[in-house]
Design a protein around this ligand. Structure first.
Ligand code: NAD
Ligand code: APR
Length: 237
């Protein structure tokens, strides 16, 4: 199954969600135990409404996430995916994650559908800043505007360049592997279906069931992503 398809496929694309980074120490969003949206109301925090009406809560929430990204880093699974790109085993990664861990591990062809926490910009004048400003609780631009992370908030449109790259890669894929996503957020969750519709084999690796398991050629629920990628790597090298 997945091991054979990895070796026989001509164009493998990997699609990752927050479950790819939990083994690095970052919480995901909807896990039954400690998902971020189990404890916080996402529309009250991760939205432009929160940014405009509740700056204190918004900046405190996203400062915590910036601190997490600086404290932790890629795990063995991220490094394996970067190695597989160098070896031509996979062609690209489409990620919903904003932690930058794929690039930090060495992956170069990464479509960040939801942007990145690594950079901030002024909500008023657009000037870009480093996320260090959030570490130092420096939340305002010289123009007086509020600084926000370069991520996509609920209700916002996704960055067109990332969306376009993701669409191109998805349509070329003959093997599409989902790692650690509940596949519950649009339009990101459409890519596995588009891949399937374009004739790709679809494999879903996720701790919990997803709404698209029924369309997959293989579903793996029983292990953590880091272990699965390690076992696969040992078999195909
Ligand atoms: P949503 O259910 O409203 O989906 C976004 C909508 O915008 C879709 O209906 C889609 O039609 C449209 N859309 C956005 N970009 C598009 C594009 N490039 N091309 C075509 N259609 C596009 O999603 P949401 O729950 O409002 O959240 C919006 C986005 O923000 C989601 O992708 C979500 O994952 C993301 N988000 C990110 C964070 C974060 O911390 N990074 C937090 C919350 C939400
Ligand atoms: N191994 C396998 N699966 C895991 C692991 C792991 N180590 N850790 C978590 N998971 C699974 C969880 O069971 C969960 O179903 O990963 C999935 C993560 O799903 P979500 O928390 O919903 O995260 P994601 O799918 O990335 O959310 C999409 O929603 O709020 C927005 O922008 C945010 O990008 C995010 C988007």
């Amino acid at each position: 199954m997945l091991q054979d398809w990895l070796m026989s496929s001509q164009y493998t694309v990997v699609f990752t969600g927050a479950g790819m980074s939990t083994e690095s120490g970052l919480p995901d969003f909807r896990s039954s135990n400690n998902g971020l949206w189990r404890k916080n109301n996402s529309s009250q925090i991760a939205s432009t409404k929160a940014l405009n009406e509740n700056v204190k809560e918004f900046t405190a929430f996203y400062r915590e996430r910036v601190l997490g990204v600086k404290e932790f880093g890629p795990h063995k699974g991220h490094y394996i995916l970067a190695k597989w790109e160098q070896q031509g085993i996979i062609r690209s990664i489409i990620t919903q994650n904003v932690d930058g861990f794929h690039q930090e591990a060495g992956s170069t062809r990464v479509a960040e559908l939801h942007g990145t926490l690594q950079k901030l910009h002024c909500q008023k004048c657009g000037r870009e800043y480093s996320s260090e400003n959030y570490v130092n609780k420096d939340y305002y631009c010289e123009c007086g505007g509020v600084l926000r992370p370069n991520i996509v908030l609920f209700g916002e449109v996704l960055p067109q360049d990332a969306f376009q790259l993701a669409m191109e890669e998805t349509e070329k894929a003959d093997l599409f592997i989902v790692l650690g996503s509940s596949l519950t957020v649009t339009p990101a969750n459409q890519f596995p279906l588009i891949a399937k519709g374009s004739g790709a084999k679809l494999v879903i690796v996720n701790m919990e069931p997803t709404p698209y398991d029924k369309f997959a050629d293989q579903v793996i629920h029983d292990k953590k992503i880091g272990e699965i990628l390690t076992e696969l790597d040992q078999k195909i090298q």
